[in-house]
Write a protein that binds this ligand. Structure first.
Ligand code: GDP
Ligand code: MG
Length: 140
């Protein structure tokens, strides 16, 4: 498999709870390259663009409010199979379903009424990755 790249976000709960190092460490231990990394203050406009596929869904306002509740860390990582590989490291969307050993399975709890707080985002396809990288890293 040739090298590809993905867009990773450490969400506000991940930054707030001190999991930036843990997420970076898991990426590095897997052997993925860090191509770019920045801390980004809350930005509703960019978040609405990032989550455009979910616009109109019942959970959309909650996700935007959750994602703009504090700074996030944006990362471009590359490596063989990194798009699927990082989603495997992240685990299932709902921490209640995420296996132990995954980031969400190890460090996040089942939602209790509000938005699903699950620590990290990872692009779900090559097209999504390029679209999302252009939102958070227009200079790349
Ligand atoms: P992901 O690709 O695994 O992050 O999941 P999605 O793209 O489906 O959803 C984006 C984000 O919206 C998730 O990571 C959650 O933070 C949140 N989310 C997704 N589905 C739901 C839902 O059914 N209810 C709520 N409250 N939040 C959701
Ligand atoms: Mg998604």
């Amino acid at each position: 498999m040739t090298s590809s790249r993905t867009l990773i976000l450490i969400k506000p709960d991940g930054v707030r709870r001190g999991f930036v190092g843990e997420v970076l460490s898991r990426l590095e231990r897997k052997g993925y390259a860090l191509d770019a990394l920045k801390v980004i203050p809350p930005n509703v406009e960019k978040l609405e663009e990032h989550y455009a596929e979910h616009a109109g869904k019942s959970f959309f306002p909650g996700v935007i409010s959750y994602m703009s509740s504090g700074p996030i860390v944006a990362i471009v990582a590359s490596g063989s199979g990194v798009i699927e590989g990082f989603r495997a490291l992240a685990g299932a969307t709902n921490p209640a379903d995420a296996a132990p050993g995954t980031i969400r399975g190890d460090f996040a709890q089942a939602p209790s009424g509000g938005p699903i707080e699950n620590l990290v985002h990872g692009s779900d396809s090559a097209d999504s990755a390029e679209r999302e990288i252009s939102i958070w890293f227009p200079e790349l």
